[in-house]
Ligand binder design. Structure first.
Ligand SMILES: C[S@@+](CC[C@H](N)C(=O)[O-])C[C@H]1O[C@@H](n2cnc3c(N)ncnc32)[C@H](O)[C@@H]1O
Length: 399
């Protein structure tokens, strides 16, 4: 149960509908009640808003969904304002997909035959919420039919940009790096198309590379003017797109950027995002488990980058093997891993350290990839899903 006065966003609170039978009816009802309170305009603006404005107890008024069993209390974003949440098109589209799936699979709801009336009520309520979205869209006078997301990161440029040891005091100029992305809906039948959405780690990494480029050694001095950069498991391509837009500001004018993934639908969405941003990024199929290093992957990379790509026990080892074949002798592999301390992802928390611990076979010249540095990166408010507690940033290179 969330503490009083806090809201849960749909992405962090709705239980997955992939296997309805694993949920209990309380979880379903609680999730629907949450959406109802959140989105149905009759109950919120009139009853809640005016009272909030008059300083009445928030506890009675704000949504307090029951624990869905899918998220922990860490999910709670206490600063997430109700209006902001309601206006968030991504959250809304997530809720729409969830409700549509629920209605389509109503027959599988974990209810007994005697509960037929409850099933009808559930579908009615879900339909009512869906109908209210149309009304909200009209009110907001905005086109919510797509799920386009706009990202804007502030790039810090430094007077001593050429040096890898940049100091805060030398900030010279701020430039806005804007990226527009299509976060396509995930299908309910294919569990492998997770790359159709931008994950918290890609947003955090993009922010980091803009706000602290020195931390990621992004300068002309370290990269040269024409580095080769390959992103592994690029998903929607946010990181590659931000790099493509930011690097010229560091004097890195002629970078080759290749965003790779293995999922056909993800690659298609990635390509359309690149076109949407008119960015100079190539896309390429690359499966870490069986890498085929044909052009454009036939030349070594000066930098590899990957965000939120370790979510199964075998991933870290596949990535290590892949990086071993792709990284140039002086290259660096930046890997931002998402920490999900609860549930099935617990098993992968130390898998990067284990994969790069040096006991695996070395190259013919007796070298191997190792973690040169690791630092924790805090979760940002309003970024990422509820089960994420933070991130680990690995700097990996040859030793
Ligand atoms: C959780 S998503 C993260 C996507 C993106 N990096 C981000 O942070 O938003 C994981 C990505 O890794 C890709 N992926 C998973 N297994 C892969 C494999 N064996 N080879 C290549 N890509 C893979 C998925 O298609 C997906 O795009």
């Amino acid at each position: 149960m969330s503490p009083a006065g806090h809201l849960l966003s749909p992405t962090s609170s709705l239980p997955p509908l992939r296997s309805l039978i694993t949920l209990n009816k309380e979880q379903i009802f609680s999730a629907i009640d949450n959406l109802y309170e959140l989105y149905c305009p009759v109950s919120l603006p009139r009853a809640v808003k005016s009272q909030l404005e008059h300083g009445k107890a928030r506890d009675d008024l704000l949504v307090q969904p029951a624990d869905s069993g899918y998220v922990s209390e860490d999910d709670i974003d206490s600063e997430y304002d109700l209006d902001e949440l309601r206006a968030d098109a991504f959250e809304r589209n997530f809720a729409i997909r969830w409700l549509t799936t629920l209605i389509a699979n109503a027959e599988e709801l974990p209810l007994s035959d005697e509960d037929e009336r409850e099933r009808e009520q559930t579908v009615d309520k879900a339909s009512f919420i869906l109908a209210s979205f149309t009304k909200l869209a009209d009110e907001d006078d905005e086109d919510d039919s797509g799920i386009t997301r706009d990202f804007s990161f502030e790039l810090s440029l430094f007077s001593n940009q050429g040096s890898p040891r940049l100091k805060e005091s030398s900030v010279r100029e701020k430039v806005s790096i804007d990226v527009r992305l299509n976060d396509a809906p995930q299908t309910t039948t294919d569990h492998t198309d997770v790359g159709l959405q931008s994950w918290g780690a890609s947003i955090v990494f993009s922010d980091l590379l803009c706000s602290s480029p020195g931390r990621l050694e992004l300068s002309r001095e370290t990269l040269g003017s024409s580095p080769r950069i390959i992103e592994l498991g690029a998903g929607t391509g946010l990181v590659s797109l931000v790099l493509a837009k930011a690097l010229p500001h560091f004097g890195v004018s002629d970078a080759t950027l290749i965003a790779t993934d293995y999922h056909p639908a993800v690659l298609e969405n990635l390509q359309s995002n690149i076109e949407l941003n008119r960015a100079s990024v190539e896309t390429c199929f690359l499966d870490w488990s069986a890498p085929i290093l044909e052009a454009p992957l036939d030349l070594l990379a000066d930098m590899l980058v990957a965000t939120d790509v370790v979510y199964a026990p075998e991933h870290a080892m596949w990535l290590r093997n892949c990086a071993t074949r792709l990284l140039a002798p002086k290259g660096v592999f930046w890997l931002l891993m998402t920490i999900r301390p609860n549930g099935r992802f617990e098993a992968v928390i130390d898998s990067v350290e284990a994969a790069f611990n040096g006991s695996y076979s070395k190259t013919s010249d007796n070298r191997h990839l190792a973690i040169l540095n690791m630092e924790g990166v805090e979760k940002r408010r309003g970024v990422g899903r509820g089960d994420e507690s933070g991130y680990k940033l690995f700097r990996i290179g040859w030793t």
